[in-house]
Design a protein around this ligand. Structure first.
Ligand SMILES: *Cc1c(COP(=O)(O)O)cnc(C)c1O
Length: 424
């Protein structure tokens, strides 16, 4: 790679210690097979937009209604991001100011609930997100969280169970979507239940927003009252979030984000979101989204052929949840061995896990990052083989295999340079 001081000369001169760390991270992201399904590689254009003088502006409020002067350009930046979000997802209203997915979700509670009100969401160990009412989250302590899961026999959400819970508990808010859900979410089915009990339906598409934008997953927009998303997962933008909704909820959502929860928006992030949304509207992005799914499906088939136990039997989207119970290796041991082999995953609970959350039975993997590098379906057999070899090696403490796989991973990564990273 080109030397860091050539690419970031001011940073290298002002803070060599920090510059060295960023250089090391560039190296790590270039050389490793990154399989964490919530991660990606943003384009050089997104990186550039997020590192600009927009960083210097305060702009509390919304375009045309700011509490600070000097918003001639900022108003246009934010309006561009909003217009592009509305066009891409086909929504009435978009708010691009939430700092990240968790504050975006908290803003939804603020918009629709009073403390103590009931929220129905998917439980964290079953694949939901902390912010869907889980106990350790503010959303589960300030509100009354009621949780649904997946069926033991299918590994999938059972809408009849969700309906029974909703009728018994009468939530004001229902969340659908999650962080470890490998199957298509039935937004229409959730909407029907929300209607029956008079709840607001929030579709949290943080993981799958890019697939939806690219036409590789059905959209919640015709069904959900509010759509919450991060911008940095499959959508391939900067770290940030958006709330989208029908016009009738626009005021409540906007007021919840500002002044309800936040101060000044991160304008450099807003600009990078606008760039990412422009990219996401291209035919190339549609190709990427479909390839993410094709790669995940191929990887799932290759893993299943090697005897791996996939929760729900496979995937419809970008991620796979692997139950390692049958391989006699805890998820954490496997994840750490894979990391030493240059295959970066996270350990994860599996539904009905008998182990503890900090030392669970599974690992979670996904294909957005490798797809952004252009790694094709034909390589998924190799990826599955690496996982197989390293998981087996992890059980036997065979570090030699781990080192061997690391060299093989590096060779493949060198053949598919990552966007936004300097060439080798
Ligand atoms: C990632 C994620 C979030 C939270 O996003 P952060 O930016 O990490 O706060 C919320 N909901 C779901 C479903 C997610 O996957």
């Amino acid at each position: 790679m080109t030397a860091l001081h050539d690419r970031h000369p001011a940073l290298a001169a002002a803070d060599p210690e920090l510059a060295a760390l960023i250089g090391a991270e560039e190296r790590l992201q270039a050389d490793t097979l990154r399989l964490i399904p919530s991660e990606n590689y943003v384009s050089q254009a997104v990186l550039e937009a997020s590192g600009t003088v927009l960083q210097n502006k305060y702009s509390e409020g919304y375009a045309g209604k700011r509490y600070y002067e000097g918003q001639q350009n900022i108003d246009q930046v934010e309006s561009l991001a909003i217009d592009r979000a509305k066009a891409l997802f086909g929504v009435d209203h978009a708010n691009v100011q939430p700092y990240s997915g968790s504050p975006a979700n908290l803003a939804v509670y603020l918009a629709f609930l009073q403390p103590g009100d009931t929220v129905l969401g998917m439980s964290l160990p079953m694949g939901g997100h902390l912010t869907h009412g889980w106990g350790v989250s503010a959303t589960g302590t300030w509100f009354r969280g009621v949780q649904y899961g997946v069926r033991r026999d299918t590994g999938r959400i059972d809408l009849d169970e969700v309906r029974d819970l909703a009728l018994a508990e009468r939530p004001k808010l229902i969340f659908c979507g999650g962080t470890a859900v490998p199957r298509v979410i039935d937004f229409a089915g959730f909407a029907e239940i929300a209607r029956e009990v008079g709840a607001v339906l929030v579709a949290d598409i943080a993981h799958i927003a890019g697939l939806i934008a690219g036409g590789a997953h059905p959209s919640p927009v015709p069904h959900a009252d509010v759509v919450s998303t991060t911008t940095h997962k499959t959508l391939r933008g900067p770290r940030g979030a958006m709330l989208m909704c029908r016009q009738e909820h626009a005021r409540a959502v906007d007021r919840a984000v500002f002044p309800g929860l936040q101060g000044g928006p991160h304008n450099q992030t807003t600009a990078a979101i606008a760039v990412a949304l422009r990219e996401a509207a291209t035919p190339e992005f549609g190709g990427y989204a479909h390839q993410v799914v094709a790669n995940a499906r191929a990887l799932g088939e290759q893993l299943a052929a090697r005897g791996f136990d996939l929760v729900s039997g496979g995937t419809d989207n970008h991620l796979l949840l692997i139950d390692l119970t049958g391989r006699d290796v805890p998820g954490k041991v496997a994840a750490k061995a894979l990391d030493r082999a240059g295959v970066v995953v996270n350990y994860n609970t599996v539904p009905y896990d008998t182990r503890k959350p900090f030392d669970p039975s599974g690992i979670r993997i996904g294909t957005p990052s490798l797809t952004s590098r252009g790694v094709p379906e034909s390589e998924m057999a190799t990826v599955a083989e690496w996982i197989d070899r390293v998981v087996t090696a992890a059980r036997g403490g065979d570090e030699e295999t781990v080192v061997k796989v690391r060299a093989e991973v590096k060779a493949l990564m060198d053949a598919y340079p990552a966007p936004g990273l300097p060439l080798v």
